[in-house]
Every structure is written in C-alpha cells, then in structure tokens.
Design a protein. Structure first.
Length: 225
C-alpha cells in the first residue's frame, strides 16, 4: 500500500507535487519521507546532507581538525560521529521490522550525532551539526510512526508528533551544542519540506509546522549571535 495518496489536483506549480495525504495504514513508514524523498525540497535536503558530509571528509583528509589541543578542549569527535553514521546507515534497512526497532535506531543516530556536534562546535565542521539536525527530524518522524503503529493515533496527532517533539528536542540540543547554526538550519529545512509533503492531509500540519519552525528560528538567532 503506498505511503501517500493524492488528495487534490496539482496546485503547487511545476516544482512541487500536489498536496499529499498520510495513509495511516502505512504510517510506520513516515521516516521514509526523509530517506526516500517525494519532492525537490526533500531531495535538496538529502543532497545537501550528502554533499556536506563528503566535503567534511575531504576537508579532514587535507587539514585534520583532530589535533591534540582540540581533543583536550572538546574531546575527540570521530568516535561519536562514526558511530552515528554507522547506526544511521543500518537502521533504515529495518523499517519493516518492529516499530520499536525503528524508533531506537533513529534515536541512537540522533543522540550520537548530537554528541558529535557538541564536540565539533568551534572546529569549523558544520556538516556534523547539519547531520545532527537532520537525524533529529527523522527521529521525530519515527515517533509519529511509532505512535500510529502502537496507539492508532489520528492524522492530526501524527502531524504534531512528526514536528513538535523534534522542535523541543532541537531547542534543548542547540542550547547544549553551542554556537553552530547547522543544526537549526537542517531542522528548519526538514520541517518546511515535511509540511509541503503532507499539508494536504490536515490543516493541523501547517499549524504544527509554524510552531516548530518558529521555535527553531528562535534558537537559530541565539546560536548565530
């Protein structure tokens, strides 16, 4: 059964698809919106993430930031970052298994990535915090899928769960990470893309998105200043 079904005629112009409706029978696959994009905004987020991670790897080969001084001040980045990348590469293959596995996998990826972003603050490695922000958005989508599978929540609740918990986690994580705008930027981008993908399901999606984006914009300004 498809994850999303068409709800209305094409009103979004040539770039974006028509508004879509969440199919509750397949709600456990909501994280696939980020892993298997449905529009250019989602694709742009994923491509930007890949590009930043690739450039970060090339930059570390040319000019490593894991010096002894940096490790003494912040701690080594690579253990958490490597574990986050590895976990993030494995758990999407388990989407068809128990919802608890999906939730634990996305939570582990986000937690490890946030820890790596904390240690990378001030080392001019924005890709790590950007990855952490994307992983947090995926975790929030995983919460929505888990809630649908275990509790049969209505689409309004799914919309809120796919955005608002991520915003709350994101605000706390950004304050802990410190002055790095990559984390908030990734989450705002993710919330905008999610809203465009699903706004046809219910107006509550737009309300939840405005609340989530506003919260992340507030901490983005704080991080930038």
């Amino acid at each position: 059964m498809p994850l999303l079904t068409l709800r209305a005629p094409r009103l979004s112009g040539p770039i974006l698809p028509p508004p879509l409706q969440i199919d509750l029978d397949a709600a456990t696959k909501i994280p696939q919106m980020y892993l298997d994009p449905l529009n250019l905004l989602m694709w742009g987020l994923l491509i930007a993430l890949w590009a930043m991670l690739l450039l970060d790897g090339i930059g570390q080969i040319i000019d490593p930031s894991e010096t002894s001084v940096a490790r003494q001040v912040h701690g080594a980045v690579w253990p958490f970052f490597s574990a986050a990348i590895l976990t993030g590469a494995i758990w999407p293959w388990l989407l068809d298994s128990a919802p608890e596995v999906m939730l634990l996998g996305s939570a582990a990826t986000a937690g490890l990535a946030i820890a790596a972003a904390r240690r990378s603050a001030g080392r001019k490695r924005p890709a790590i915090s950007f990855f952490a922000g994307w992983a947090t958005a995926v975790l929030s989508a995983g919460l929505a899928g888990f809630g649908s599978a275990r509790f049969g929540l209505p689409v309004q609740a799914l919309s809120a769960l796919a955005i608002l918990p991520g915003a709350a986690i994101g605000m706390a994580a950004q304050m802990w990470i410190g002055p790095s705008i990559g984390y908030c930027s990734a989450m705002i981008w993710a919330f905008c893309a999610f809203t465009i993908t699903t706004m046809g399901s219910d107006p509550v999606v737009a309300v939840a998105a405005v609340m989530g984006i506003s919260a992340m914009a507030a901490v983005l300004v704080r991080a930038a200043t």
